[in-house]
Design a protein around this ligand. Structure first.
Ligand code: SAH
Ligand code: MG
Length: 208
């Protein structure tokens, strides 16, 4: 669990994760056996979910790696629904959330436990060999990025480790399909994962 101060900071951090899902993430992460390996999230953005997970990692004696190219997902680009204009690096003409993440993690005092890995998720996954005690997938929500995250990252979850997935919407009226159709369902249908909790659009599965 988080202290009042940690919770206030996570709640106020910039990003789209609602408090009930943040707390469910904390609750799930608190269950992990860190002897299995470190924790990792795909999709850093400005560090909000890292503010929920980082303090848990510290108390458990492990670290959280957080993977992002920091150029934003499709829906974060100019003209799309979830665009935030001040996140554009005007010199480059592209989004850059890395400075915002750095400031958030600095101010939260989490620089020693939240470790940024800057790059394309599939490329990092391809070269990543360390088994994970906890994997949180909250990266690209298009079909292709979701399929690549499923294929690239879920095999890294150690047996007994947890897989959390954000933005899972079984009802199409509530949101986009890929996290549900291309990550959540394949994980369950693989027979390798069993659901342990559902809170809002967050699903937590355990690798059997
Ligand atoms: N977990 C964050 C939100 C992540 S938003 C929070 O709670 O605040 C999704 C992030 O995934 C964006 O920052 C985007 O840049 C990143 N992303 C999308 N596709 C990616 C890819 N193929 N490789 C790396 N990062 C990607
Ligand atoms: Mg999300």
């Amino acid at each position: 669990m988080l202290t009042d101060e940690e919770l206030a900071r996570a709640t106020k951090a910039r990003g789209f994760m609602p408090p009930d899902e943040g707390l469910a993430l904390v609750e799930a992460a608190s269950l992990v056996d860190v002897a299995l390996g470190p924790m990792l999230e795909v999709g850093t953005y400005c560090g909000k979910s890292a503010c929920y997970l980082g303090p848990v990692a510290r108390r458990l004696g492990t670290v959280l790696f957080t993977v992002d190219h920091h150029r934003g997902s499709e829906e974060n680009q100019v003209g799309w629904e979830w665009h935030e204009p001040d996140l554009v690096d005007s010199g480059v003409g592209k989004m850059d959330t890395l400075p915002f993440f750095r400031r958030t993690v600095h101010d939260a005092g989490l620089e020693d436990v939240v470790i940024a890995v800057v790059g394309e998720s599939a490329t990092v996954a391809h070269h990543w060999a360390t088994p994970l005690s906890f994997l949180f997938i909250d990266g690209g929500h298009g079909v292709e990025p979701a399929r690549r995250d499923y294929a690239g990252w879920t095999p890294k979850v150690a047996s007994g480790g947890l897989l959390a997935i954000h933005d899972v919407f079984p009802d199409p009226a509530d949101g986009g399909r890929p996290p549900y159709e291309d990550i959540y369902l394949p994980a369950l249908n693989s027979g390798l994962f069993a659901e342990i909790s559902a809170t809002g659009s967050l699903r937590v599965l355990r690798r059997t």
